[in-house]
Design a protein around this ligand. Sequence first.
Ligand code: DGJ
Length: 543
Amino acid sequence: MKKNDTLKLVRFISVFCFGAFILVGTARSQSDKSLIPTLVEKDGLHTLLVDGQPFFMLGGQAHNSSAWPAMLPHVWSAIEAMHANTLEVPIYWEQIEPQPGKFDFSLIDTLLLQARERNKYLVLLWFATWKNGSNHYMPEWMKHDAEKYPNITGRNGQPVDSPSPHTKAAMEADAKAFKAVMKYLKEADPQHTVLMVQVQNEPGAWGSVRDYSPVAQKLFEGPVPKKLLNPEVLKALKKPVVSKGTWQEVFGDDADEYFHAWSVASYIEYVAAAGKAVNKLPLYVNAALRDPLTNPKASSYESGGPTDNVIPIWKVAAPSIDLLAPDIYLSGSEKVLKVLDLYARPDNVLMVPEIGGNSENTKYLYKVLEHGGIGFSPFGIDNNGVGTDEAAAERLATLATEYAIIGPMMREMAKWAFEGKIKAVVEQEDHAEQTIDLGEWKAVVTFGGGRRGTQANERPIGKAMVVKLSEGEFILIGTNCRFTFMPQGANDGKAWQYLKVKEGKYEDGKFKLLRIRNGDETDWGGPRFGAVPAVLRTTLVVR
Ligand code: DGJ
């Protein structure tokens, strides 16, 4: 779907200003802490500017009930252990507005203070009307009044544990509270410890594709709103272009789900716009995914949220939401890679706000960077009141080694991602080798250990990333794999060799040499990468 021209102009101006800032910035200061975090787009690639410079969120998300002072030490312990730069943490409507119009922002104060003490950033998750499709974080005074704040009704009149998006009173109450939060943040956080705010959590409904209450039914039998009948939107939804019709007439078998998606997204737009009016921080909505490969029926997943098939609806209904983000709990590399492709769009920057915290998922961090994404975060990093901090840290130890390497070079990495300079491959279940096209060169990556890669990885955990600095000059990062190169194009078939393979790490924007890899460390089809990632600056030459 095309963005409108105004948006393009605004983005052009932002990117233009960003370019100018970088130029001037090198002469003055490198960053400006007074600048609000901003998403910018250039040639279909995006970045999150923090202090005016590209930033990548090496994140971790707390468990749902861990944003309480008694629990936060465990959360911070996890953030430190995993070398994360950003904590994603819920803020609860039920706790913030215990009585109508009486706000308590002490949780926000605590989070800001503790994050700043540790030099970390925050992404706040507004658990409000929807949390995983239910109303469980609505304040008690709303839960007591089911008539005023009703849930949806199922197809056969059965109750469904999901709030109705057609309730003006709830929508206005949520918007009022969200606006108060955003206003408070604007005053309490001039240095922008908070990078983004998630509006709701996995909105939509489980157990019914839409609301079948009389109020909803009447809307469903009415005309589809004009905005949704835009030919570009209809084409993106793979529907015939028409100028009018009821939901059923225009969308056929998909009408129920599309109606719910439109209704939920429109409600959230109302809430988000109220917040944006007082504070321009980037906003996003996260999605409980559907199987991206099989086009399943909406009754089998959470209906109405920003699943891949209804992204065009969400983009039209909720322009105040800057991005739609996949929560990845699917397994199998084909599915996960497909999800990343589906959410990295010219009109949607990729951010993975939740992914299962198993070590196999660490590899997708590289693919998010390749897609020009802005953040990656496993879910449930803290001990959740059960077990020790050490055990919690152990679960994320693999990702921690990545964050430890990428953390000190995060600004460079974010810039390369924005410039489209990163390519990555991850080991799939067949363990097959993969090729990366690098212009005058191609890299062949095989997975496993041993001198000639003879020891296969037991599980598909290998991963490799190449940053193309110029023709024949690359940064290589990886684990459980080895690289080799071949010239292609004009030099196809010619002999080649490494000019230099420098192993090192980035500090303060500079590459610090640890050693030069040569001999066994580059011969025998190398260089090789073991279980702990390394950074190699490599130059190649044709002979
Ligand atoms: C996805 C939700 O967004 C999270 O808040 C959490 O409930 C996880 N699922 C799984 O526990």
